[in-house]
Write a protein of this length. Structure first.
Length: 147
């Protein structure tokens, strides 16, 4: 896998957090492997969609189109949820930040009993509202600048 720096044309704020318990990734990935064995075409299509969402997000960042980045994040989150990789604590946290005005939000990592998530905001004021809502829901989170 090749890692490259992303060009960010418009500054934004990320809310990053963790919800649920740690662990369970092995079982989650094992279930995905079983699904691949029984319905490989479906998994291939899902992976292609995740790749397209990643490319769309990268292009959105480069052009300063944060709405496009958010849509790409939401599409990826939907695919990951459909694959059974998003556990309920992370799903609830994503719903909280979306209700607080996130342009997009998705899990991060391989899934398991809980996990990490991040959400995109145009400004710090919106991100701070999301932090407050997450704190009220008992979900630890913090802000990161995207520049």
């Amino acid at each position: 896998m090749k890692v490259k720096a992303l060009k960010v044309a418009s500054p934004a704020t990320l809310v990053v957090g963790a919800a649920g318990a740690h662990g369970g990734t092995r079982q989650t990935v094992s279930r995905l492997g079983q699904l691949r064995d029984t319905d490989g075409g479906l998994i291939k299509s899902a992976m292609n969609t995740l790749g397209a969402a990643s490319e769309a997000g990268e292009k959105g960042l480069a052009k300063g189109d944060l709405a496009r980045v958010g849509r790409a994040m939401d599409v990826a989150q939907g695919v990951l949820a459909g694959l059974g990789l998003v556990q309920e604590p992370v799903h609830r946290a994503v719903q909280v930040v979306r209700a607080a005005g996130a342009l997009g939000a998705k899990m991060s990592g391989a899934g398991g009993a809980g996990g990490a998530f991040y959400a995109l905001f145009e400004d710090k004021a919106g991100a701070k509202r999301a932090l407050k809502a997450l704190a009220e829901a008992g979900v630890p989170a913090w802000l990161e600048s995207l520049e």
